[in-house]
Design a protein around this ligand. Structure first.
Ligand code: TXA
Ligand code: MG
Length: 346
């Protein structure tokens, strides 16, 4: 039922993209790569098409979708306000790229896309296949991450196939995604811009362009996030997960203590760590997300690592916290959600 196309690097199959574009125009669903994670798209201007996205993902419909565009005419068609100076600056610096900007929506965007909000989230992805698909469809494409709701977002073709084969009309697969965490969502409607979801564009980069930028206080546990999607349990591996944070040596010691207790009880223990520490846990199921000093690598590897723990069928996971600088902010945001905010300070 699902047509799957694999593209080799630099060998884009234009006919497959044409076919996928026709499917979008006719109201169907297409999974496509972006630089962040794979997206599950449908015509953003048509509520019936959009409802198929929620069905395929098993996603609650009170969680609004990001609208993907390939040119500025599409942007103007989707928004119901003049372009502010801040928006223009952001677009000039970061589009195409992993930044989603919240605008007042135009009448062209049905309420099914925005979950009833009068704002719409828009981004221009930095991926040739994605841009080609949108351009050829001739319509903006609403697309959440192409995972089953609650699972880690897909960053490789095999993740997409595992979650979505049989549930959508077309899957366009290329390679693994470059960034590996979703786009940053920013609200620029107030004087001080607010990051609603940390992602592929860092707070540090945004501050260079805009000056003062805050993060949504609702991202902390126990408060209400402005970005509706942030309230759901997300990215969760099957096994319960705890994050250990603090002095590096103490973190290793604490993880070894907890892990050996679990092993004595007959449990299979997974440990999420960094290259510098990966030999510190002999005998456990250890996965490294890369060097402690390279947050981009951690972002690139995190979702695949979470899915690997499912494959290893571990019973419990201990994860070393990393620094929240640069892409570490997005990585730790996803890790905290995967762990249900279970953080042990040492
Ligand atoms: O990188 C990405 O953003 C990927 C790729 C496919 O583009 N897409 C993605 O979509 O992550 P999704 O649906 O998984 O996440 C969309 C996020 C959610 O947290 C949602 O609540 C928020 O954007 N959002 C969407 N519309 C919004 C709005 N009008 N106001 C505030 N937040 C909004
Ligand atoms: Mg998602």
């Amino acid at each position: 039922k699902t047509k799957v196309y694999y593209f080799e690097d630099k060998n884009i199959n234009e006919e497959a993209i044409d076919e996928a574009a026709t499917v979008i125009r006719q109201g169907g669903t297409v999974i496509f790569p972006t630089e962040t994670v794979y997206g599950l798209g449908a015509n953003a201007l048509d509520e019936k098409s959009v409802s198929r996205i929620f069905e395929a993902k098993g996603r609650p419909s009170d969680n609004p979708l990001i609208v993907h565009i390939s040119n500025y005419d599409m942007l103007l068609y989707c928004i119901g306000e003049p372009l502010s100076e801040k928006a223009q600056k952001l677009m000039a610096f970061f589009w195409p790229g992993p930044l989603t900007i919240i605008f007042k929506k135009s009448k062209a965007i049905p309420k099914e896309v925005t979950a009833g909000l009068d704002t719409v989230a828009i981004r221009m992805p930095d991926d040739e296949i994605a841009l080609g698909l949108i351009e050829k469809s001739g319509v903006p494409i609403a697309a959440p991450s192409a995972n089953i709701s609650g699972k880690p977002s897909p960053t490789a073709p095999e993740h997409v196939i595992a979650d979505m084969d049989g549930k959508v009309d077309v899957i366009l697969c290329s390679r693994g995604t470059r960034v590996g965490v979703e786009s940053t969502v920013i609200d620029i409607s107030e004087d001080t811009p607010v990051v609603l979801r940390p992602g592929g564009v860092t707070l540090e980069e945004l501050r260079k362009v805009l000056g003062d930028v805050e993060t949504d206080k609702g991202l902390e546990p126990g408060s209400i996030p402005k970005s509706p999607g942030m309230k759901y349990t997300h990215y969760a591996p099957k096994a319960p997960m705890a994050i250990i944070r603090g002095d590096e040596a103490k973190v290793r010691g604490k993880i070894l203590e907890l892990a050996s207790k679990d092993r004595d009880r007959g449990l299979k223990v997974g440990i999420l760590t960094v290259d510098e520490d990966k030999d510190s846990y002999p005998g456990y199921s250890v996965i490294s997300i890369g060097s402690r000093r390279d947050s981009a690598q951690a972002a690139h590897n995190l979702f695949n690592a979470l899915r690997e723990f499912d494959k290893l069928e571990v019973d419990t996971i201990y994860a070393e916290a990393i620094s929240e600088e640069y892409l570490g902010l997005a990585v730790m945001n996803r890790m905290k959600k995967a762990a249900g905010f279970n953080i042990i300070e040492v």
